[in-house]
Design a protein around this ligand. Structure first.
Ligand code: GLU
Length: 546
């Protein structure tokens, strides 16, 4: 068969680049020895998830700890799954977590290995597919969906491996006449690889994450160009990762089963094989068993969840680092002042199987990280959340920057030896300050003493309260008021004869606390009152009387 003539008929495009032109246009990168080129290659489906962030962090750390390049490639070959705005959403989501690309789709800077949208690279794929056709390493297949279904049905019935291979590869050895007859009829066709592999041959393969694995040769005549002339993932992966000069392909372990196809494609294309690292899936414990995080069941799989719930981005990253490299936690404990970027990250230390993602652990890390912020830093973080997700009232409250910072300093225990870890997420931090504002102060008084005692205590304390009192003067007045309302002013007295009193000093203080904050638990009450100011404090005490 005249393969050149057939190739020209199947791919008649004029102006396809020559193979040498491609090599020249995308030369090997000039990087230092050991520098890794990694990429994130999402499909623009609009759903960016924790697995993407997990991979992106491994990619980004690998590139940036070795002086390499981390780029973004958009795998938009599947038109049906495409969602408007998805690319911007990927960039924005990752930027929120502090993950930045050096080059790629819509990123400023060096874009010399682009275009980074696969659809815009069609001429390159078509040039290489044409070359494979000319060399007899690819062929057209005119099978209909129904015919392929039938092949699958027979294979399933015979308990054979499904797919297009061996005797089932019906168009592999068709005659010239048969092929041209189909073309004359105008039947749609795909281009398939003419696999040279043998499933009886196995090779040892070194995966950068999984270590040594056994790979069986591919014998499937996989589709490389679909009927619309657009490549499949397999073919685009080989062509792009070669010409974008990726040195290490980090991708999900769901791709491990197609590795044999990729190894063969690189071979027939004459490209050196990049290294691969297949990441394990993120799992969670559910009802005592481990299972993969699922889009349907687990809202925490979506990255939008973390932004909306107000997770501190650095906490999420730090927690993911602990899953990525098991020695990170120890390093972080030894280097509390250092940023995670100072950690010597290594793909070879990544887990080989199921990484457990535990929301409770993330919450611990989050509380810990947030407790290290200054009140001003906390204000900025919360304000960022409030602007996007807060209520009208929240936004108005955060206009009072100084007032909010004073409250945060109190809540966080700023300046104290032991920082408090009250805040886990922005939303919760924002709710913690609600009672400092009259419009969101909605107390449900739950006094534990009778109304008369409550009134006595509140009146006695209000009469003597002076906002210029320091903490000890404030407490002395509280004790005096407590005694006047029938409480023991000293704990020792109360212990000796509890029957004689309405309660001890802290019971008395609780009445004032509930009046001021609406709750029996609050940070230092004297400070709360001083932040609120005398007028507002006294008004609250008056309003709480029974
Ligand atoms: N587009 C593929 C995906 O989203 C990329 C896999 C890869 O990184 O090669 O799963």
């Amino acid at each position: 068969m005249d393969l050149k003539k057939l190739a020209a008929r199947l791919i008649p495009d004029e102006n396809l680049p020559s193979l040498e032109e491609c090599e020249r246009a995308y030369p090997p990168r000039k990087l230092n020895e050991g520098a890794e080129v990694t990429r994130l290659a999402p499909s623009p489906t609009g759903f960016i998830h924790l697995g993407n962030l997990y991979s992106a962090l491994a990619d980004e750390r690998t590139a940036h700890t070795t002086g390499g390049i981390f780029y973004l490639r958009i795998e938009d070959t599947d038109e049906k799954r495409k969602v408007e705005g998805a690319v911007e959403s990927v960039i924005r989501s990752l930027d929120y977590f502090g993950i930045n690309f050096d080059e790629g789709a819509e990123i400023d800077g060096e874009n010399a290995y682009g275009p980074y949208y696969q659809r815009r690279r069609a001429p390159i794929y078509r040039a290489f597919a044409k070359d494979l056709l000319e060399r007899g390493l690819a062929y057209p297949c005119f099978c209909t969906e129904e015919e392929l279904d039938e092949i699958r049905r027979v294979q399933t019935e015979n308990k054979e491996i499904t797919g297009y291979y061996g005797k089932y590869a019906v168009w592999r050895d068709k005659t010239e006449e048969e092929v041209y007859a189909a073309l004359e009829k105008g039947l749609p066709f795909v281009i398939r690889l003419k696999s040279q592999g043998d499933v009886n041959i196995k090779h040892t393969f070194r995966d950068a994450i999984k270590g040594s694995i056994t790979v069986t040769e591919n014998n499937q005549d996989v589709v490389i160009l679909k009927s619309d002339g657009i490549p499949t993932y397999h073919f685009a992966h080989a062509v792009d990762d070669h010409f974008m000069r990726t040195t290490l392909v980090i991708r999900g372990e769901e791709w491990l089963s197609s590795l044999p196809i990729h190894i063969e494609l690189f071979k027939v294309l004459g490209f050196p094989l990049p290294r691969y690292g297949h990441t394990c899936s993120l799992m969670k414990v559910d009802g005592g068993t481990k299972r993969k995080l699922s889009k349907r069941k687990d809202p925490e799989l979506s990255l939008d969840f973390y932004r909306a719930a107000g997770y501190y981005p650095q906490a999420v990253i730090k927690y993911l680092m602990t899953i990525l490299n098991s020695n990170f936690e120890e390093w972080a404990a030894k280097n509390p002042e250092k940023d995670y970027t100072a950690f010597p990250f290594s793909v070879s230390k990544m887990g080989k199987s199921g990484a457990l993602f535990d929301l409770d652990k993330l919450n611990d890390v989050s509380r810990d990280e947030l407790s290290k912020l200054s009140p001003e830093g906390m204000y900025e973080f919360l304000n960022g959340w409030v602007k996007e997700f807060g209520t009208e009232a929240d936004r108005a409250h955060f206009e009072n920057r100084e007032y909010v910072i004073k409250i945060l300093a109190l809540i966080m225990g700023a300046g104290q030896k032991k920082r408090r870890k009250d805040i886990e997420r922005a939303e919760q931090g924002v709710r913690l300050i609600d009672y400092f504002f009259d419009d969101t102060f909605t107390p449900e008084y739950s006094f534990r003493t009778d109304d008369e005692t409550v009134n006595k205590m509140l009146s006695a304390f209000a009469r003597t309260y002076d906002e210029s009192d320091d903490n000890s003067a404030w407490f002395a007045k509280l004790k005096t008021a407590a005694a006047a309302a029938g409480f023991a002013s000293e704990n020792s007295e109360y212990k000796l004869n509890p029957e004689a009193f309405k309660g001890n000093v802290s019971d008395a203080a609780e009445i004032v606390r509930i009046a001021i904050t609406g709750s029996p638990n609050s940070p230092d009450l004297c400070t709360v009152m001083s932040i609120l100011g005398e007028q507002r404090s006294l008004a609250r005490i008056a309003a709480a009387k029974r």
